[in-house]
Design a protein around this ligand. Structure first.
Ligand code: NAP
Length: 557
């Protein structure tokens, strides 16, 4: 067995969050090792390789702010970066910071157990790795546990089955194929127009019609890029103190402070400009007031009528089940217009539900669709799913899954009572998915890094959020969401997409800037809401050596 001396910390995941956390802890002199399920770095951008996969944050600020050289050198090509480009960016980060050596790839963590006597965690992977560490930092992403609905007969399908969130690394040839896409969230909406250009026929199985806004993607003007790069520190500062991690100011005007004509002109301009401005940059009350919301929803429904030629199809595409913006608003390129193509068919699953999947296709109550490929664009068990999949057991051997039976209870979305020395980057109860992720990730990484450095100076082997702090924070998260229209939607924000999952609003809606201030105040007050206990932390700073056992090591021992 190789030297299995306990580590100071393990980091799980090698996407944006894991790469930066690893760098911070390593540079701060902690002994740390990372485990990543994928065979490469990249996280979300490693797995989501489906046709059309692209980020909805603009490229200028979908990046790290702590790498000023890379910030200047990295080409800002298109307005929204595509999956291959983001993956290349993260690979470049990993290479520049020499991070690959610090991760074991292809290592899926399936057990994480806290030992109360030693105050340490033991980690095990499905592939047989084992490590012991004082601290665990999860960097597993919010949307990384794919939701695969259990349709009767699914295993009998003789064609190719794919999931957008778990797309194969080797290119999939869809040319000439009869393809089904199940699901019309952001992943379906991005992939359907691209798949329709390749496939012989695409049948879209829609359960709930979604609103979507044009992305208006395209190449960036050189002068614009130069100007942006000159002012990076200021853009970054604005993003950090904003509502959603974007460096723009949201509107302060109510939808009813202007005339109907002005309102329509405002929506029209935002529709033409593309992007999330349609929600946040037009009127301040769109997700607060139903009547205001309906003005925006009606605008989009009229657009669908203008774009989609077949009135029946247009009607099916019109969302009527939830206020616009209360499910994550996708940005699209050619979504609605794709339904004018002769090789695209829309199936309304509410009217004609799936009865079974057969060897040759999908049978709904209206008949059989012959297929070569079924693409599940059915989303994720969001925020809690990736954490529960780690097999976490805290004090008294209690599983995280059990502790969260009624919904996640966290302190600041970063710590869980009963699970000491465990930190969850962009966990439930933090702004996470309601923000430009790199901004929220950097804030969590830096806060956790500072906390661990602070604890190292103190006799504090065990750090734990108190029950009270977590209860208060969890109430606060729900209260803030309750002031909006969000709880009205059966969304993945509410856990409503997963049968049996408790309905609780998962991310924090209070804003990135306000959340940052709160976390900073907690730190300034000696990490209030946490209890530090145990002997000396025993973290000596930089160590060398191999602290991880590999598959087979235990057999040799
Ligand atoms: P999603 O938004 O959860 O959409 C899943 C779709 O599958 C929905 O239309 C859902 O219908 C449908 N569905 C789920 N279970 C089903 C079932 N049993 N039968 C029929 N239909 C079913 O998932 P997603 O599209 O993968 O997006 C998830 C999130 O990932 C996004 O909201 C976004 O935050 C992120 N994302 C971002 C980007 C980007 O930045 N460009 C791209 C893709 C994804 P219901 O609505 O009826 O539940």
């Amino acid at each position: 067995m190789v030297d299995a001396e306990p580590l100071d910390a393990v980091v799980i995941g090698a996407g944006f969050a894991g790469l930066y956390m690893m760098y911070r802890l390593r540079e701060d002199g902690f002994s740390v090792h990372g485990f990543e399920r994928g065979d490469g770095v990249g996280g979300t951008w490693y797995w989501n390789r489906y046709p059309g996969a692209r980020c909805d944050s603009e490229i200028m600020y979908y990046s790290f702010s702590f790498l000023p050289d890379l910030e200047q050198e990295w080409p800002l090509t298109e307005r929204y970066p595509g999956q291959p480009e983001i993956l290349r960016y993260l690979e470049e980060v990993a290479d520049r910071l020499d991070l690959r050596k610090d991760f074991t790839l292809g290592a899926e963590v399936t057990a994480l157990e806290f030992d109360e006597a030693s105050g340490r965690w033991t980690l095990r992977t499905a592939q047989g790795h084992e490590a012991t560490a004082r601290y665990v930092v999860t960097a597993v992403g919010c949307l990384s546990a794919a939701n695969q609905p259990a349709f009767p007969g699914a295993e009998s399908f003789g064609g190719v089955t794919l999931h957008t969130g778990n797309w194969p690394r080797d290119p999939v040839d869809l040319a000439g194929k009869r393809v089904a896409v199940i699901g019309t969230g952001a992943s379906g909406i991005q992939s359907i127009p691209v798949i329709a250009e390749q496939a012989a026929h695409v049948t879209v199985f829609q359960r709930t019609a979604q609103f979507t806004i044009p992305a208006e993607n395209g190449p960036l003007d050189e002068q614009f890029v130069a100007l942006w790069k000159q002012n990076y520190p200021e853009w970054r500062r604005r993003a950090r103190h904003s509502a959603a991690g974007f460096p723009y100011h949201p509107s302060v005007t109510s939808a009813f402070e202007v005339s109907e004509a002005e309102r329509r002109a405002t929506f029209e301009a935002a529709w033409g400009a593309g992007g999330f401005t349609f929600l946040s940059g037009t009127f301040r009350d769109l997700v607060l007031d139903e009547a205001a919301n309906d003005t925006a929803a009606e605008f989009v429904r009229k657009k669908i009528d203008e774009i989609v030629r077949d009135p029946q199809v247009a009607e099916m595409l019109k969302p009527r089940d939830f206020p616009i913006g209360t499910k994550r608003l996708p940005l699209d390129t050619n979504y609605y217009v794709t339904f004018n193509r002769p090789n695209v068919t829309l199936v309304d699953l509410k009217r004609t539900p799936v009865e079974e999947i057969t060897a040759t296709g999908i049978r709904t109550s209206a008949g059989h669709h012959d297929l070569d490929v079924i693409v599940y664009a059915t989303g994720f068990d969001a925020l809690t799913g990736p954490l529960e999949a780690l097999g976490i057991r805290g004090r008294g051997g209690r599983s995280l899954r059990d502790a969260w039976r009624e919904g996640p209870r966290t302190y600041l979305g970063v710590a869980v009572p009963g699970f000491p020395n465990l930190f969850t980057i962009t966990g439930p109860g933090s702004p996470s998915v309601l923000s430009n992720m790199p901004v929220s990730i950097e804030q969590h990484v830096e806060w956790i890094g500072e906390f661990l450095s602070w604890a190292r100076e103190r006799p504090a082997g065990v750090i734990e959020a108190t029950e009270q702090a977590a209860a208060d924070w969890t109430d606060h998260v729900q209260q803030v969401a309750g002031h909006t229209l969000h709880p009205q939607a059966a969304s993945w924000y509410m856990g409503a997409n997963i049968p049996g999952k408790p309905r609780i609003f998962l991310p924090y809606l209070g804003g990135v800037g306000a959340y940052r201030d709160r976390c900073s105040a907690v730190a300034a007050n000696g990490y209030e809401g946490f209890v530090l206990s145990g002997e000396e932390s025993g973290l000596p700073g930089e160590r060398s050596g191999d602290h991880v056992t590999r598959p087979g090591d235990h057999r040799a021992a």
